[in-house]
Design a protein around this ligand. Structure first.
Ligand code: PGA
Length: 257
């Protein structure tokens, strides 16, 4: 819940200036709060930077006062919708049934859901990371058809790393990403190709090491996206690494919330 018309305009302009012309192998999107979707469309539509939202309703339309539907934001050119962010799970009690419905609604409207999963510090310290994250993936993907599932991107965001300044050690993040890929492959071989983003205190200084891990295809950036220098630098790093990796992977993804 960051942003204002004026502040957004500054961030959009500076980001477009800094990176828009150089993004050939990387998808960069800004996921904004709902009131700013039209502004994002207005300011980014002629650039190579995409935009999306941080949530959508699990309902398609109807008497759901205060909800915002995927079809509504699709009218404003959104390409992505974050679903199941840990802050939605914690503060709004969202469970896997609701999150799966949000993903379905997003897909129906042509948006790519970015599904967030991740373990708490206590779960990590009890050695439960893979089990918890694997169960989150199974619970949500188990409610989607294979055709739906193939439309998702997944963001691994350890809860203890979000907004804390503490990043998961890259080799640990890699281990969890490899596990997620295996769980997805086990459901359907085609799902092994889904983009897997890492999120949790990604910044300019750690982006290269994280993005160089084999199963980390991109980043979901929170705090660092509010600083144009930081975020531009992450985008440039992703672009450089995607260029190096372009034989193996078609694209690297960086999304900001
Ligand atoms: P952070 O946030 O980059 O500030 O840790 C990540 C997120 O909220 O998804």
């Amino acid at each position: 819940m960051h942003g204002s018309r004026e502040g957004n305009a500054r961030l959009f302009h500076a980001l477009v200036e800094a990176v828009s012309d150089s993004l050939s192998n990387v998808d960069v999107a800004i996921c904004v709060p709902f009131p700013f979707v039209a502004q994002a469309q207005g300011e980014l539509q002629e650039t190579s930077i995409l935009w999306g939202v941080q949530d959508v309703s699990p309902n398609a339309q109807g008497a759901f006062t205060g909800e915002v539907g995927a079809a509504m934001v699709a009218e404003f050119g959104c390409r992505y919708a974050i679903v199941g962010h840990s802050e939605r799970r914690i503060y709004h009690g969202e469970d896997s049934a609701v999150i799966a419905m949000k993903a379905r609604r997003a897909i129906e409207s042509g948006l790519i859901p970015i599904l967030c999963v991740g373990e708490t510090l206590a779960e990590r310290e009890s050695g439960l990371t893979e089990r918890v994250v694997g169960a989150q993936i199974e619970n949500i993907f188990g409610q989607l058809s294979i055709a739906e599932a193939r439309q998702l991107a997944v963001a691994y965001e350890p809860l203890w790393a979000i907004g804390s300044g503490i990043t998961a050690p890259p080799t640990e993040a890699q281990r969890v990403h490899a596990h997620i890929r295996n769980v997805l492959r086990g459901r359907d071989p085609g799902l092994a190709a889904l983009p897997l983003l890492y999120g949790g205190s990604v910044k300019a200084s750690n982006a290269a090491e994280l993005l160089s891990q084999r199963d980390i295809d991109g980043a979901l950036v929170g705090g660092a996206s509010l600083n144009t220098d930081e975020f531009s630098s992450i985008c440039r790093t992703a672009q450089e690494m995607a260029t190096k990796l372009s034989v193996r992977e078609p694209s690297t993804h960086v999304r900001s919330s």
